[in-house]
Design a protein around this ligand. Structure first.
Ligand code: 13P
Length: 287
């Protein structure tokens, strides 16, 4: 059964650990993440970007696959199925399709418009028993080879959005998606502390979980971060393991061309990455 992210994040915020959001792209990724969460007795959030949703043929397919897998694999740990960086329209589609959680990324709108749209979604999520993540201060990242710096959110704007009754808040604190550039200045703990002072016990979300040093992750958790998103690191480990398998020529031997065999090393690599992150975030044994 799918659950909202509310309960698991409240517990994480109070217990000073973070629940990992791992993005899914296909059946192999989903299975790898769910089985690892079950083995480690950890709550987990499956993130679906709009692009990944499209790739998997639509949100209804994703809901069917995830619900079916939870049942057939006897997954008993709490699992939330969450739209990652949703547009307003994307959010409505995921409500309709049966997701248990959504993120509305209104960070590129002027703050008043972000507030107005987030407010509408708070009501919709309440009616449908779903959790809602909002964003203030855009999270940079690589686009067409150019790495944009992550913004630092305005703590007063964070309070405005938090007060609407969202479940969790992603505030930009200099974090970015993808790999961090050589000259990255690190997370702005000053911003994080200021945001935390304004929003109280609200669980905070750290995007761009790939490549942030362990000590910064731990400090962020101590300052109110209760959800950490990881995507690129799973992509990198999946690609490296698949490439190695092919380069070693194993795909040409015996039944190596079987897609189930070809994708197995990548899936194992994702399992290892997810395990490493769950241990670092402190969510192991918290289901
Ligand atoms: P990374 O790709 O940097 O791990 O970030 C993931 C993320 O924040 C998804 O919203």
């Amino acid at each position: 059964m799918l659950v909202t992210a509310e309960e698991m994040l409240k517990k994480a915020r109070a217990g000073k650990y973070a629940v990992g959001q791992f993005n899914i792209n296909n059946l192999e990724w989903t299975k790898a993440i769910l089985t690892t969460a079950q083995e480690l007795n950890s709550p987990v959030i499956l993130g679906v970007s709009e692009g990944a949703g499209k790739y998997m043929t639509g949100y209804k397919t994703v809901v069917g696959m995830v619900k079916g897998m939870i049942e057939e694999l006897n997954i008993t740990v709490p699992v939330a199925l969450h739209l990652d960086h949703g547009s307003y329209e994307g959010c409505l589609k995921c409500v309709e399709a049966g997701f248990s959680s959504i993120m509305f990324d209104g960070s590129h709108y002027p703050i008043e418009e972000n507030v107005a749209k987030t407010k509408e979604l708070v009501e919709i999520c309440k009616k449908n028993n779903m959790s809602l993540e909002a964003e203030v201060g855009s999270i940079g990242g690589e686009e067409d080879g150019v790495i944009g710096a992550g913004e630092c959110a305005d703590p007063d704007e964070c309070k405005k959005i938090a007060d609407l009754g969202v479940t969790m808040l992603a505030a930009g604190i200099g974090n970015i998606h993808g790999k961090y550039p050589e000259n990255w200045k690190g997370l702005s703990f000053e911003t994080l502390e200021a945001v935390k002072d304004k929003v109280g016990d609200m669980p905070l979300v750290l995007h761009g979980g790939t490549g942030i040093p362990a000590d910064m992750i731990k400090k962020a958790i101590s300052l109110g971060v209760a959800k950490i998103n990881v995507n690129t690191e799973c992509q990198l480990s999946f690609a490296a393991a698949t490439r190695k398998y092919i380069e070693e020529g194993k795909d040409l031997q015996g039944k190596g061309f079987d897609p189930r065999k070809l994708l197995a090393p990548g899936a194992e690599a994702i399992k290892a990455t997810v395990k490493e992150k769950m241990e670092l975030f402190g969510s192991v044994g918290r289901a």
